[in-house]
Design a protein around this ligand. Structure first.
Ligand code: SF4
Length: 218
């Protein structure tokens, strides 16, 4: 299989069907994780196109993508030395992630996901599950993935008791002030202050900041 040289070489047990699977990919890049539990860790991000929600503060253009095979994706990833891979979007769980994850695992990668939780994640698919629910915006959307490693709540002024039950299924609880590009500097500043106050009053939550935005990196 000649193309496998592009994917960092043939790995024993690679399935031709998995290598040929196609995904809608917005971008693949290596950066330092800026937020949440793994902030500061060199990470490869695979950003998928498409989302089943349309949050008004969303800062990701997931409407344009390139169809890429797993071989294409592995060929890009082979250039980076980071071990951690984050599947993000858009909403990555709109895809059947097994073919890609199987091939990444064979290459020693640790797989994390950032998902809105509206689609249940199959047992064993992902090594680190980070759910960022959007029920402050979409109360009618049921959160189906109710357990994982990291719950990351984007704060826009909602009552934290909204997460009393959900947070029991997660090991780490983060609250992150929404940076809303369409809002004024004053609104964002006061939302940052309110988030800091909330963490001081509710120490079971940890503050998460989008430090990559301060650094001006992806
Ligand atoms: S769930 Fe995430 S990716 Fe989808 S619209 Fe909301 S913020 Fe954007």
């Amino acid at each position: 299989m000649e193309n496998c040289t592009l994917a960092g070489g043939i790995v024993e047990g690679d399935s031709p069907t998995h290598l040929a699977a196609v995904y809608p990919i917005v971008e693949i890049f290596n950066s330092v994780q800026g937020e949440g539990y793994h902030a500061g860790v060199s990470t490869i991000f695979i950003r998928f196109g498409q989302c089943n929600l349309a949050c008004e503060w969303c800062d990701t253009d997931f409407s344009k993508w390139t169809e890429m095979t797993v071989i294409d994706i592995l060929g890009i990833i082979a250039k980076f030395s980071a071990k951690n891979v984050v599947l993000t979007g858009g909403e990555p769980m709109l895809q059947d992630l097994w073919p890609l994850v199987n091939c990444l695992r064979k290459r020693g990668k640790k797989i994390a996901i950032e998902s809105n939780g509206s689609i249940e994640i199959p047992e064993g698919l992902i090594d680190w599950v980070c759910i960022s629910p959007k029920d402050q915006m979409y109360p009618q959307v049921t959160i189906k993935q109710r357990k994982g490693d990291e719950l990351k709540v984007v704060y826009v002024g909602q009552d934290l008791s909204l997460y009393d039950e959900l947070k029991q299924g997660f090991t780490h609880h983060f609250i992150q002030p929404c940076y809303f590009e369409n809002q004024s500097v004053e609104w964002n500043g006061s939302n940052f202050q309110a988030t800091e106050k909330l963490v001081k009053e509710n120490p079971q939550w940890r503050l998460s900041l989008q430090t990559h935005k301060w650094m001006g990196v992806d």
